[in-house]
Design a protein around this ligand. Structure first.
Ligand code: S3P
Length: 457
């Protein structure tokens, strides 16, 4: 049973500019795109690991979005040293490893990953702090993390609304133990992994589904004992090695917008996206493309820092695509941030496509079951929410228009990708929110012929 305070929330952030997506010249030649931004999830994790391991860590290709950006001043307030030379971010633990002993308040804006993971790490390290976020984040569930931390001995208080930020870490010591998570959220399991890592404790984390596993991989990479157990993961402490350098691979969730534009534009030639994280817990969107009949290949695959990376080549888009059904929790989590795109894809396919078991979308920046269907229907699509499922009947021509994004970056960028295939201009309301995760979005989408600019009003 998932508890929530935001069943019907449909506003993600304070108002920002609208985007105008203009009629474009679709390129007909093969395209190769390098420079997909660094993975947002990995960026959060590497900053935290760099802050809690000896010696400086030089991070290349850190995600430049505002979500990751807000973790940096929060860590600095806590005594962590972070420098940026315009290219490389260097993170060093606090001097003499003394984190602040006075309770400090940090605000992670809209970033749930930053807030939940930092809460876990500080709880494990025994650092007293108040963790807060913006209005949107204050309405998202924190009990997913607070409950298991309390079970393991940490004293945490809700300062305003029970279950939500702001929370205060009061004290207590994390002990060895086992917790059973109620949700598949990778942020929840990662928060407990960071807590056990900080406290050097042995903890079994049981979860309903395996979701993105970057924390497991990174901790294992620096020598922490990580083992998969039936229905979960075990972390068994151990002394971590320093992490002198880390190259963050390209974000498959960002790459997906380029791939989607290629598909929506029905391009008859190849698009290659280079240097992308190909972790199987993240590439569900590309697997759906295959299932619909679009050629997708992973090329030059190798391993770096415990993550598989390589290029994604998407071939000629066939004239007719097959509808799809998503009803497996692992598959769902492997594309959880791409569900807006997957639903947009379904509008292009004659017949009904469905996404089942999508309850966790209610707890994203917006209630994405509602924001996805409203955005698609504003284009003239046919999307319906039934319980925790989303059904899309595709094949009907869509029209450019004035499209709501609700200030949710993934909804806004999906609307832009969809608008890229339609004659006429579209106005994506509050579309500037793409900067949360993908500031390079307009520039990279321009490679696919899109002109995106801010509205003047
Ligand atoms: C993330 C996990 C996912 C994802 C989010 C980033 C992470 O959230 O939607 O964008 O970095 O662990 P949940 O853990 O809430 O599913």
């Amino acid at each position: 049973m998932i508890e929530t305070t935001q069943k019907s929330k449909l506003i993600a952030s304070k108002p920002v500019h609208d985007l105008i997506v203009s009629n474009q010249q679709i390129p007909t030649t093969p395209l190769k795109v390098s420079g997909v931004p660094g993975d947002k999830s990995i960026s959060h994790r590497v900053l935290l690991v760099g802050a809690a391991t000896p010696n400086p860590t030089k991070i290349h290709n850190l995600n430049q979005g505002s979500a990751v950006g807000l973790l940096i001043p929060a860590l600095q307030t806590l005594g962590v040293q972070i420098d940026w030379d315009g290219c490389v971010t260097t993170v060093s633990p606090p001097t003499n490893n003394v984190w602040t002993s006075e309770p400090v308040r940090v605000n992670l804006g809209p970033s749930s990953a930053a807030a939940r993971l930092l809460l876990g790490l500080l709880a494990g390290l025994g650092v007293p702090a108040v963790i807060d976020g913006n209005e949107t984040l204050r309405s998202r569930p924190m009990n997913w993390v607070v409950n298991p931390l309390r079970e393991l001995g940490i004293e945490i208080d809700y300062l305003e609304t029970p279950g939500c930020l702001p929370v205060a870490i009061r004290g207590g010591c994390l002990r060895d133990g086992q917790v059973k998570l109620q949700v598949g959220s990778a942020q929840a399991s990662s928060a407990i992994l960071f807590a056990a890592f900080g406290a050097r404790r042995k903890v079994n984390i049981l979860h309903p589904v395996r979701s993105r596993d970057h924390t497991d991989r990174l901790l294992h990479y620096i020598g922490v004992g990580i083992e998969y157990i039936p229905e979960g993961i075990q972390i068994s402490g151990g002394v971590p090695q320093a992490l002198p350098e880390y190259y963050v691979p390209g974000d498959p969730s960002a790459a997906a917008f380029l791939a989607a534009a290629h598909v929506f534009q029905q391009r008859k030639t190849e698009l290659i996206l280079e240097n992308i994280c190909l972790n199987p817990t993240r590439i569900g969107f590309f697997e759906v493309l295959k299932e619909c009949g679009i050629p997708v290949e992973y090329q030059d695959v190798c391993e770096a820092f415990g993550e598989p990376i390589g290029a994604i080549a998407i071939g000629k888009v066939p004239d007719r695509l097959q509808p799809f059904q998503i009803n497996d929790p692992f598959r769902f989590h492997s594309m959880i941030d791409e569900i807006p795109l997957v639903a947009a894809l379904a509008t292009q396919i004659p017949g009904q496509s469905s996404i089942f078991g999508a309850k966790e979308l209610v707890f994203k920046e917006t209630n994405r079951l509602l924001s996805i269907s409203s955005m698609l229907n504003a284009f003239g699509g046919q999307a319906r929410v039934v319980g925790d499922a989303l059904h899309i009947t595709g094949g009907k021509a869509l029209q450019a228009g004035v499209i709501p994004s609700f200030g949710d970056h993934r909804i806004a960028m999906t609307a832009v990708a969809l608008a890229s295939s339609l004659p006429g201009d579209s106005r994506i309301l509050e579309g500037e929110c793409y900067k949360v995760s993908f500031p390079e979005f307009p520039e990279l989408m321009h490679t696919l012929g899109l002109n995106i600019h801010f509205s003047k009003e």
